[in-house]
Design a protein around this ligand. Structure first.
Ligand code: TRP
Ligand code: SF4
Length: 401
């Protein structure tokens, strides 16, 4: 019923590293030529944990978007925007908040976990608890049905589907409702069925409220209908039904989790990453210093690639022949670790070179990133306002026009 649309966002954390690129960005770039895509800077999300320092969030926004463009996101193929300039996100978030039970938010698996991980911050706030709800609004306000997220975010999409379903249930109508209702009418006796249909028609076409009452009476008194059947036919009396907010699905596409230089997950906060802006000499230095299988203390000790973070880089950058070379050379001590790392160093440098050239071009044009975001926000406001009109209508909020 709604067309395919992709939506995804990232919190502004400043310069992007290879973990962001291989874990998400590369996939965003691949999607932009296939489906209509909206990508946004989730600056309000960043505030849920960084509310004390919004200036850092603002600065990081421009650095991050320059990196997105340098990596290959093309504003002519997708819409790139800033969340805090599209107030419809906030409006939908507020309205969905009215129907979201607290327990749903408290039960999101990452809620307690993150609070504990970031124990240096006071995260006993309303905003932090509501973050999966805001994320739901982000998605649904575009009626996006495809959301590329990491596995850690799949539970957030589940709550998004539940909230969308609840909204449709309360204010709208489920998909396939019409067919369900027509089948339910058949459960009435032929005569009562016809009478129900003509009552519905009289009400819908002429606003004949006596006929509406008659329809309701037929349903209420029908012994052949279950409680659910009765609810269906009561609802059907007053009009055609439609899904107002589609339920979003995770788009699980192949992405690679890059291990950081120290063997932990690549993350800015661990300082173990390689930035997209990393100068070639620094790429070389960092990878040469990267940890390897601890069992290979000496060149003559055999190792196991499965215990080595460099191997995760080969999985991203090397073809089968080279991977075989690594596996054999490592397990027989036939190659040294520096020898093993060299092709990865070359591949990373080759990957980053054109990105860095583009980033330099972008940053040489003053105001370019802002222009891209401004145009993206205008488009985003247009699309989201269309959804909001339907949402306000479905809820029956007062209109002044
Ligand atoms: N939660 C994501 C993050 O922490 C960002 C995000 C916000 C997002 N809203 C979203 C991702 C909607 C996908 C869809 O990076
Ligand atoms: Fe890691 Fe390669 Fe050294 Fe084996 S040879 S431990 S895979 S760097």
């Amino acid at each position: 019923m709604f067309k395919d649309r992709v939506l995804s966002g990232m919190r502004p954390t400043g310069y992007m590293h290879l973990g962001h690129y291989h874990g998400a960005l590369k996939n965003w770039i691949a999607l932009q030529s296939q489906i209509e895509c909206f990508y946004f800077v989730a600056d309000w999300h960043a505030l849920t944990t960084n509310y004390e320092d919004p200036r850092v969030v603002a600065k990081s926004t421009f650095e991050m978007v320059a990196d997105w463009l340098g990596a290959g996101l093309d504003p002519n193929q997708c819409t790139i925007f800033l969340q805090s300039q599209v107030p419809q996100h906030a409006e939908l978030s507020l309205l969905l908040g009215m129907i979201t039970p607290l327990g749903w938010l408290e039960r999101v698996p990452t809620y307690k976990e993150q609070q504990e991980n970031l124990s240096e911050k006071d995260l006993t706030t309303y905003g932090f608890l509501g973050y999966p709800l805001m994320q739901t609004a982000d998605i649904i306000v575009y009626r996006a049905n495809k959301v590329p997220v990491g596995e850690d975010q799949v539970s957030h999409l589940e709550i998004s589907r539940e909230i969308a379903r609840r909204f449709n249930h309360i204010y709208g109508r489920e998909a396939g409702f019409e067919d369900k209702a027509l089948a339910t009418i058949k459960k009435l006796s032929g005569k009562l069925g016809k009478e129900y249909e003509s009552a519905k028609l009289a009400w819908n076409q002429n606003g004949d409220s006596a006929q509406l009452e008659r329809g309701k009476q037929i349903v209420a008194e029908a012994g052949s209908l279950s409680a659910i059947d009765k609810e269906t036919l009561f609802g059907f009396l007053t009009g055609a039904r439609k899904t107002i907010l589609p339920e979003p699905q995770a788009l699980l596409t192949p992405t690679s989790k890059l291990i950081g230089l120290d063997g932990r997950k690549m993350s800015k906060s661990y300082g173990n990453g390689i930035d997209l802006r990393e100068p070639p000499a620094s790429v070389e230095k960092k990878i040469r210093a990267m940890k390897t299988d601890p069992k290979r203390a000496r060149r003559t000790d055999p190792g196991n690639p499965d215990d080595c973070p460099v191997w995760t880089l080969h999985q991203v950058y090397s073809d089968d022949a080279r991977k075989l070379w690594v596996r054999e050379g490592c397990t027989t001590a036939g190659i040294g670790c520096l020898e093993c790392k060299q092709p990865v160093i070359d591949a990373v440098k080759a990957e980053l070179e054109p990105m860095q050239a583009r980033i330099a071009e972008i940053e040489a044009k003053p105001g370019y990133v802002k222009d891209v975001l401004r145009a993206g926000c205008a488009r985003a406001r247009e699309v989201t306002e269309a959804t909001m009109r339907d949402v306000r209508d479905a809820m029956g909020l007062a209109k002044l026009d």
